[in-house]
Design a protein around this ligand. Structure first.
Ligand code: C2O
Ligand code: CU
Ligand code: CU
Length: 492
């Protein structure tokens, strides 16, 4: 009951600027209950920086949350699913007071932000014990790219369970991309995708060891904390939809009925010009910023999740390996969200050009990373990078600050692995030796079974220890993570 009240309070707060849209949405929902579509405006609170400072408290706590069809007992920041959306600008200072109200340790990671991996910034080696409080403080560099980033816990041994319990929120950097007139004119919406394995009482289910090896997938998929959320698509206009896959293991292969869409930014920021797509694969950790044109017959269109096989069936000769708690792999399209045409607006053309993507200098060094798994006596199945499972005492890769490297990531296993690097974005150069069609900033890249992906990273600005890992967080927990040390040779 409390939760419902709170949620409604958020709703009415969020509605102040968009009262009409709000009324329309409730109208639709009340008239046609079969749609079971939730309102399109954000139900989580938004914190924006003011006078160069973004300061807030995040209380990590258990809370009942209304997902629209059921109340679930989840792990939250401030009782919200998804967690509050944070918005800052290049040059801002960020100060986050994290209170850990769980009975287990936790911490915070700022996925995709180019900030130090040390001190009170993006330091994943920090451990905030139960009932303690810690203040994160860092500065967003003045030349930081604008984009869609996110935050989630990152304490090895707890990451997957805590993210699977709901801990994830958007971290938006507003800047140059948002100033492009056609983009400014677009209506903006966010879609945070999460999935939960819940029983009938709304309690999180434990995952079997087999589930964890495959990468757990939940039986309830939500967008912005709701089952099948609805969005308004401005007739004749443009909708800018910024997507985040905050699931532990679920891949989403997205397609919008009757509408192609236009990719304008990937994980780390804008691409050079919009790219038309009919579908988009979004692996755990990845983001995409797309424009949708409201140029079809007004009506309702579904955002579909098309079937996708990320591998792992029958792995290790264990026979059929169930994925979610339902034990089934999706084989028909499923509705993730509903888009309804709104009032006609002034036609907004697509932008012709976005922002130039810097060409990285040729790499000084190239290395190879092999992703695989194996069974070890007494350890069960271990997921490895270069034949080794994660060890927090060991530095796996040492690079020199100020240099550019090519990393060749080879997947010799039987499942796709989304490879993720902290602190520095990279550009994908080639897949199986074929150059990619356009440069883009990424921090997470899917490496399919048997595939070889070459990425280029410029290790700039920040020295220190950080990590790279598979963003199927269950694989990360089972060992598929390595420690990177970025050494500043000028200091020694
Ligand atoms: Cu989103 Cu190391 O993670
Ligand atoms: Cu990350
Ligand atoms: Cu993996």
């Amino acid at each position: 009951m409390m939760v419902n009240l709170n949620r409604r309070q958020f709703l009415s707060l969020g509605a102040m600027g968009t009262g009409l849209a709000l009324a329309t949405h409730w109208g639709i929902n009340n008239h046609n209950k079969s749609l079971v579509a939730a309102p399109s405006f954000p139900s989580s609170s938004i914190y924006r920086s003011q006078n160069g400072l973004l300061e807030l408290t995040l209380a990590a706590r258990y809370a009942p949350v209304n997902l629209g069809r059921q109340i679930a007992q989840l792990l939250t920041y401030n009782g919200q699913i998804p967690a509050p959306r944070l918005e800052a600008q290049p040059g801002d200072t960020v100060r986050i007071h994290l209170t850990n109200q769980f009975n287990q340790p936790t911490n915070l990671h700022y996925h995709g932000l180019h900030i130090p991996p040390t001190g009170t910034a993006d330091n994943v080696f920090l451990k905030i014990p139960p009932q303690e409080r810690f203040t994160y403080e860092f500065k967003i560099p003045a030349n930081h790219r604008s984009g869609t980033f996110w935050y989630h816990p990152h304490l090895h041994g707890y990451v997957a369970d805590q993210v699977a319990g709901g801990l994830a929120g958007l971290f938006v950097i507003r800047g140059e991309l948002d100033q492009i007139p056609a983009i400014k004119a677009a209506q903006e919406a966010f879609l945070v995708l999460q999935d939960f394995a819940l029983d009938n009482q709304g309690q999180l289910l434990n995952s079997s060891y087999l589930n964890l090896m495959a990468g757990r997938e939940g039986n309830v998929i939500i967008g912005n904390g709701q089952v099948n959320p609805s969005f308004s698509l401005p007739q004749n206009g443009l909708l800018r939809l910024r997507l985040l896959n905050a699931s532990v293991s679920h891949f989403y292969r997205l397609s919008l009925e009757n509408h192609p869409f236009y990719l304008i930014a990937t994980d780390g920021g804008a691409i050079a010009k919009p790219i038309e797509l009919n579908e988009l694969l979004l692996a755990p950790g990845e983001r995409a910023d797309i424009l949708i044109q409201g140029d079809r017959a007004p009506g309702q269109y579904r955002l579909l999740n098309l079937p996708y096989n990320r591998g792992g069936m029958g792995m290790m000769g264990m026979g059929m390996m169930g994925r979610g708690s339902m034990g089934a792999v999706q084989n028909t399209p499923m509705t993730l969200a509903t888009f309804t045409y709104g009032e006609p607006t002034r036609p907004t053309p697509l932008p012709e050009r976005l922002l130039p993507v810097t060409t990285l200098p040729v790499a000084q060094l190239s290395r190879r990373f092999t992703l695989n798994h194996g069974v070890f006596p007494g350890m069960g199945m271990v997921f490895m990078i270069n034949g080794q499972a994660f060890d927090h005492q060991r530095i796996d890769t040492q690079v020199t600050l100020g240099t550019v490297e090519d990393w060749e990531i080879v997947n010799t296993g039987v499942m796709d692995h989304p490879f993720h690097l902290h602190v520095n974005d990279f550009q994908v150069i080639s897949r199986d030796d074929r150059a990619v069609p356009y440069p883009a900033w990424k921090d997470t890249v899917v490496v399919k079974t048997g595939e070889k992906v070459r990425i280029r990273v410029n290790f700039q600005d920040y020295a220190g220890k950080t990590v790279y890992h598979c963003h199927i967080l269950d694989h990360e927990e089972l060992g598929m993570m390595g420690i990177l040390n970025i050494a500043n040779l000028n200091l020694t």
